[in-house]
Design a protein around this ligand. Structure first.
Ligand code: HEM
Length: 413
């Protein structure tokens, strides 16, 4: 058995802080390996990247989520005892509840609501000298997904509710003020939605996410507690609002590759889908995922001890040059003659969403990106003045520095 390569055992957290999204990928390249161990926050973490590593990471016979999601991530991003931390039967049944909402009909209803919300916001944009696109997308997504899920969110609350959902995502890898902002945002959102769940148990509209979660029963036959039901409802609202990250990245990419704007206007489905997939591959959002070895096992000649913390590099696998030639070039055409495999494109996790932890919201993500891009390329015109569009890869999560400022927004001919 070969010993797992070690790197700077004492400086893991520092390197993670300095290198952010590129930390695991850089270290793998330095050590010429897909696996290394490092000391992170008082424990040893085995870091992995690549397609073969993803196959192992998503094997439920080998890996589990119990004990893998740090409490700081649960207190900001996912919520305590959320689906992300479950395994086995409890996970399978809760996952089928999430997936039951992802029908084509439901997704097209959500896209329609998002389109309406964009038109409503556009009426305001025309009167403003400039808008910050990231904030506006978060607000429109918040209005749409709350309406879709059966959650009442009056227009004068949309902005601050959206800001709370964004703060939860913004906090996941931070310490200090950003982290506290995320915790307070979660406390407020859980309090708000716990009340909505309590009311929803009596009178939610059938077929909505609110009704689905309020009436859901665990394998034990028990309903979710009011608080856990609120947490799972947040696990639909928050990531939908987080699509704002991908939309601003997409607008940045259109600005940097204007030919693609013309392809969007030509409205060819294939081109649009390839562009959207390349945005999800190329730009940074989810950095890596953690799980723990469920049993002792061997992988490619290395011993994985039961209980070991394993981190799979999602961003690094999406930029692995063996899978994605010239990975740091934004090139939607790479998808023309290439099928996405279950473990090589990890923007929203890998494997099968029905049986594993892969994100159940990929179809919603793609559909809402389509809606936003059709609106922004077809229905409105804008100027994108000189500004700092660089993304800082050491910050997790990151956006273009300016948040993407648009001016002179008007109706297209
Ligand atoms: C899980 C990313 C949108 C709901 C995940 C995971 C990632 C991810 C990386 C973890 C996969 C794993 O554990 O291995 C994203 C990104 C999104 C997005 C980048 C777009 C901005 C959505 C949407 C929804 C959603 C729109 C629902 C409407 C969930 C849920 C889980 C999850 C419930 C937990 C799944 C499980 O543990 O089985 N997502 N997601 N996500 N996502 Fe998403």
């Amino acid at each position: 058995m070969t010993e797992i390569p070690k790197k700077n055992l004492l400086t893991g957290a520092y390197r993670l802080y300095k290198e952010g999204y590129q930390f695991i990928g850089h270290t793998c390249e330095e050590l010429r390996t897909d696996i290394f161990q490092i000391r992170l926050f008082g424990q040893t973490a085995i870091c992995l990247r690549g397609e073969e590593a993803a196959k192992m990471f998503y094997d439920v016979n080998k890996m589990q989520r119990k004990g893998a999601v740090p409490s700081t991530v649960q207190q900001t991003l996912t919520g305590k005892d959320a689906i992300h931390t479950t395994d086995g039967q409890v996970h399978a049944l809760r996952k089928s509840m999430f997936l039951s909402l992802m029908t084509d009909e439901n997704i097209s209803r959500l896209s329609g609501l998002f389109n309406q919300a964009l038109h409503r916001r556009f009426a305001h944009w025309q009167l403003e000298p400039s808008i910050r696109l990231f904030d506006e997308m978060a607000r429109a997504l918040c209005a749409a997904v709350c309406g879709w899920a059966g959650v009442t969110c009056p227009p004068d609350e949309e902005q601050r509710r959206a800001a709370d959902f964004i703060a939860m995502v913004d906090a996941f890898s931070s310490v200090g003020l950003r982290n506290w902002r995320g915790r307070f945002a979660r406390t407020r959102a859980e309090r708000w939605l716990t009340k909505i769940i309590k009311d929803g148990r009596k009178n939610a509209d059938p077929g909505t996410a609110l009704s689905c979660i309020a009436t859901y029963r665990e394998p034990s036959g028990e309903p979710l507690s009011d608080r856990l039901a609120a947490i799972e409802l947040i696990n639909i609202l928050r990531p939908t609002i987080a699509i704002a990250w991908y939309i601003v990245f997409a607008v940045t990419a259109l600005h940097e590759s204007p030919d693609w704007r013309l392809k969007f206007i030509a409205d060819r489905d294939d081109d649009q889908s390839h562009f959207i997939d390349e945005v999800r591959r190329f730009y940074p959002l989810a950095p890596f995922m953690g799980a723990r070895a469920k049993v002792n096992f061997d992988w490619q000649g290395y011993r994985m001890p039961k209980g070991a913390l394993v981190l799979l590099d999602l961003y690094g696998t999406n930029h692995d040059p063996r899978l994605w030639p010239l990975p740091y070039r934004f090139d939607p055409n790479r998808f023309h003659d290439r099928r996405i495999r279950p473990f090589d494109f990890l923007a929203q996790g890998g494997g099968d969403a029905a049986t594993g932890h892969r994100c159940p919201g990929e179809k919603i993500t793609v559909a809402l990106m389509h809606t936003a891009l059709k609106f922004l390329t077809g229905e409105v015109r804008y100027s994108l003045p000189e500004q700092d569009l660089k993304t800082d890869l050491s910050r997790m999560p990151t956006t273009p520095e300016s948040g993407v400022i648009l001016t002179n927004i008007r109706k297209s001919f």
